[in-house]
Structure formats: structure tokens, C-alpha cells
Design a protein around this ligand. Structure first.
Ligand code: TXE
Length: 481
């Protein structure tokens, strides 16, 4: 199958005619090809987006809202096809794509279809002198670059607010998981979405991605991906003062106090460690357990993790699928070796897993739990982004805070305690943007989403994203004598 770019409302081949292989992680086999686009393709997309901006930016929030609803409806109509494609392209269990990825992509469009009708701006009245009102105008053409772990979910998370706010968009999905973005362009075609408003350019980050970032007519970049890629993007965008929203990596602590609701914690901790094979930037990969329950937790947790056997993602009972690529599998496994060198003991997993049958050559890793490491070693400081967690005991709040805050990252934290005052104290002192207390991954789309330190700059979600995708312009009218 040959994926094509979607530019100016049409499916087009890349200008240079070059393609890249797209693999199915569960089998390790190539099953489609995507355009290896470069600056010439991006230039075409920019031209289309520039023309389309003239109408889209002034057609009114109600009209844009209706179009976003149609996009949501178009995905819903082909729900099964989207879920199957996401699972095949990424290696994630089909049940996860059905339960999380595709429903959340639909809600992203629905949410911003509603949010834009409620978005308002400020007025500042100066007694007897002047009145200020602030226009919130769309930026123009914006670039949305998304990663492979939650492909359509994160793609739509950026596109929806950008479009709702009146911008036209050049979007690039990860070259590793391009399929559902391609299906979204099919939906655009099916519903006759206004041409040039959303342009989807496929290709490598260093080629197509960089061309989007560098293009002088692209006014802002919303990016989710690795921290080192974020640095590169910032180094190109910052000197020309391009607006940036960067959602980068994480190394999130999961802090478990002895007074927690033990069974609920155990069940959720299995999820927060291994959902999507640990490839969610919000997973809790460093598990700190208060000493009185450490040994019990270790025994029970390892017991549960042993039951997580990777299997063919397209089977409905599968809970753990394949990791996304061969190189990512090698990277994750190299961290298991590093952990051993650093004195870690692998309690379960730690190896490539080969299921029987169709998936025998797929990229699977047995869910892995490691103990015996210092909180400050490389394994506990660097993002692994796979089905690998470490467990460590602690004695006091101060001690665990020093461990939790010791990495360069600061995206999310998970806290398990029934002590109200303690949860407040901890939440105030944790260096991160998102904290879940006695739960994980509950998402309210109105809340600010993002991190501190090397986990990024800016916030997505709610009106924060609409503010990012608009420029405030203050108008001051003097009415005094
Ligand atoms: O991400 P990249 P990769 C972390 C995780 C993972 C690491 C690398 O640790 O192992 O990042 O993953 C595009 N200019 N996360 O290599 O490269 C690229 O094409 C413009 C965390 O897949 O950052 C893709 O569309 N664009 C994370 C997107 O950026 C560029 C999710 C992300 O790719 C570019 C995924 C460039 N120079 C990985 N280089 C999270 N926070 O959720 C690449 N891209």
C-alpha cells in the first residue's frame, strides 16, 4: 500500500518520488510505504495553506466548529478501520486502540468544536479615559509534528485546536506510524473538508519535519516527541522568534505510601507501568515504595507482571503488544543491560520475547521489573520509554521528594496515599506539570497539559491550546476629553 501526502485537498506523490518503508511491529515486516517528503513538498503545502487561510480565518467560529464535528463524525464512522490500523501500525493491542486512542482522537475534535464557541477575549476598562479590548487572532500557517506512541490521539490533539482557532495547518505524523493520519486525510476527502486548510505531509523528521520548522511562513510549531528533537527544533525556531509548544520526554515517579488503598494501587500500577508497552510519556517508570510495604509490594507486583505475556496485538484478549520498532527495541534492551551493569537485579522479564506463529519475528519485550538501583544512576535518570520499571524503597517524604525531583525531566507524577495533608504537601513540592493522586491517566481536556524542565515548554489542552494558536492584539480606544 502506498500512502500519499494530502496537500490542497488532493492526494499527491512526493515531488522527488522517494518513499520510505513502513513496518508492522508485530511481525517485523514491511506492509506499506510513505512519502519521503522534503522542503519542496512542504513548500507546496505552505502555498495551499496560505491561500486557504484567507477564508478559513474569517469564516467564523461556528463554521469551523461544524467542520471539526464532521471530522469527529468521519472518524467515528470508520471506527473499526481506524482502531485496526493504529494497532497494526504501532504494535499496540487492538483493545487499547479501541478503548483509548481512537475514542480520544474523536473527543479531541469534539472538544475543540465546542471550546472554540466558548473562547472569548478580555476587555480592560480605564475609568473616564479609555477602553482596551484584546483581539485573539489566528497566527496563520502553523506546523504540528507528532510522535509514534499515540499516533492519531496526539496528531488530533494539536490539529484540532489549531484549526478551531482559525489557522491553516501543515501536519506531519511520525514516519514510524503514518497510517491513521493518512486515514484522516481520507476522511477529509470524504467530507469535502475545505482544501488547503489541513495539509498532511509524510516523511522523516530530519527532512520533512525540519522543512516545516524552518519554513519562514510557518508561524508556530506544536511538537511532541523526544527531548533532543525538541532541542533541535528550538534551535531553529528560537532565532526567528517562532512560537513553540514542546511536549517532550518524561521519567515519571510513582510514589507509593504504606497508607494507600493497596489493591487499587497495585492494579493501577501495573497499568501505569506497562500500558502501551510503557510507551506513554505519562507512564510511571520509577516506582518508589514506602519501606513497610516494600517487600509485600515487590512480591505481589512481580506476580502480576509475570502474567503479562506479550502477544499478537490484533487478538482482542492481548494486553501487551509489540514495541514500535526494531531500533527502539534494541534501545530499551540496552537499558536493561545498563541496569545490570549498574548493579540492578532483574526480577522479571528483561529479554526479547518471541511469540509463536505470525508474530515470531515481531519486536516484543517481556515486561521488566528491576530492583537494587540507586535513584541517581543512569537507568533511573534517562528516559527508557518501554516496558521497563525500577522499584526502590524509601523512608521519608523528604527522601522520596529528593529522588523524584532528581531527573532533568518534570512531566508527571503519581502519588498513592490516603493522607490528605501529605498529598497536598507532596503535590506542592514535586517538580512537574501533572500530578495524579490515587489514580492515573484520568484526563479532563480542559486542564493544562505539559511539563517543566526538559519535559517541555508551554501547555496544551483547554483554552491554553487556543491561546497558543492565537496572537493577542490589544486595541486601546481613547474616549476622554
Ligand atoms: O522521537 P522524535 P522518536 C521519546 C522516547 C523515544 C525518543 C525518540 O524516549 O525513545 O523520544 O523517539 C519528528 N525536526 N519520545 O525518535 O525523533 C519525527 O519525524 C522536525 C517521547 O520517535 O522526537 C516525529 O514526527 N521534526 C515522546 C516527531 O518529530 C522532527 C513520544 C517525534 O520524533 C525532527 C515519542 C527534526 N529535526 C518519543 N526529528 C512523548 N513525549 O510522548 C524528528 N522529528
Amino acid at each position: 500500500m502506498l500512502i500519499q501526502n494530502y496537500i490542497n485537498g488532493a492526494f499527491v506523490a512526493p515531488v522527488r518520488g522517494m518513499y520510505i518503508d513502513n513496518f508492522e511491529p508485530a511481525t517485523g515486516e514491511v506492509y506499506s510505504q510513505i512519502p519521503d517528503s522534503d522542503e519542496e513538498d512542504v513548500a507546496l503545502a505552505v502555498e495551499a495553506a496560505e491561500t486557504a487561510f484567507a477564508e478559513w480565518s474569517v469564516c467564523g467560529a461556528e463554521t469551523r466548529s461544524l467542520w471539526l464535528e464532521k471530522l469527529a463524525e468521519g472518524i467515528r464512522k470508520h471506527f473499526d478501520m481506524f482502531a485496526e490500523a493504529e494497532s497494526k501500525d504501532n504494535g499496540k493491542p487492538i483493545s487499547l486502540a479501541q478503548r483509548v486512542d481512537i475514542p480520544r482522537a474523536i473527543s479531541n475534535f469534539e472538544f475543540y468544536a465546542k471550546a472554540i464557541t466558548q473562547f472569548s477575549s478580555n476587555a480592560h476598562y480605564m475609568e473616564n479615559k479609555a477602553i482596551n479590548y484584546t483581539l485573539r487572532q489566528p497566527l496563520g500557517i502553523v506546523g504540528c509534528i507528532s510522535p509514534w506512541n499515540l499516533p492519531l490521539y496526539l496528531f488530533s490533539w494539536k490539529i484540532a485546536p489549531a484549526l478551531a482557532a482559525g489557522n491553516t495547518v501543515i501536519a506531519k505524523p511520525s514516519e514510524i506510524t503514518p497510517m491513521t493520519a493518512y486515514l484522516l486525510s481520507k476522511v477529509c476527502d470524504e467530507i469535502s473538508f475545505p482544501k488547503g486548510v489541513l495539509n498532511i505531509v509524510h516523511g522523516l523528521g530530519t527532512n520533512a519535519g525540519q522543512a516545516i520548522v524552518a519554513h519562514p511562513k510557518v508561524k508556530a510549531i506544536s511538537f511532541t516527541g523526544g527531548t533532543s528533537t525538541g532541542e533541535k527544533i528550538a534551535s531553529i525556531a528560537a532565532p526567528v522568534f517562532k512560537k513553540l509548544s514542546l511536549e517532550l520526554g518524561g521519567k515519571n515517579p510513582n510514589i507509593i505510601f504504606a497508607d494507600c488503598d493497596y489493591e487499587k494501587m497495585l492494579q493501577t500500577t501495573v497499568q501505569s507501568s506497562f500500558a502501551n508497552q510503557g510507551q506513554i510519556c505519562l507512564c510511571g517508570s520509577r516506582i518508589f515504595v514506602e519501606r513497610p510495604i516494600y517487600e509485600k509490594f515487590k512480591k505481589d507486583f512481580v506476580e502480576r507482571v509475570k502474567q503479562l505475556i506479550p502477544a499478537d496485538p490484533n487478538k482482542k484478549e492481548t494486553k501487551i503488544g509489540a514495541v514500535v520498532s526494531a531500533s527502539h527495541m534494541e534501545k530499551v534492551l540496552s537499558y536493561v543491560e545498563l541496569a545490570k551493569e549498574e548493579g540492578g537485579v532483574v526480577l522479571v522479564g528483561g529479554y526479547r520475547y518471541n511469540p509463536e506463529g505470525r508474530c515470531a519475528n515481531g519486536w516484543f519485550i517481556a515486561p521488566t521489573v528491576i530492583e537494587g538501583l540507586s535513584a541517581f544512576c543512569r537507568t533511573n535518570q534517562e528516559e527508557i520509554f518501554g516496558p521497563v520499571v525500577t522499584i526502590m524503597p524509601f523512608d521519608t517524604e523528604e527522601e522520596v521528594l529528593s529522588y523524584a525531583n532528581s531527573t532533568k525531566y518534570g512531566l508527571a507524577a503519581i502519588l498513592w496515599t490516603n493522607h490528605l495533608a501529605r498529598s497536598q504537601r507532596m503535590a506542592q513540592h514535586l517538580h512537574c506539570g501533572i500530578i495524579w493522586v490515587n489514580c492515573w491517566l484520568i484526563r479532563d481536556l480542559r486542564t493544562p497539559f505539559g511539563g517543566v524542565k526538559s519535559s517541555g515548554v508551554g501547555r496544551e489542552g483547554g483554552f491554553d491550546a487556543l491561546e497558543f494558536f492565537t496572537e493577542p492584539k490589544n486595541v486601546c480606544i481613547y474616549y476622554g476629553e
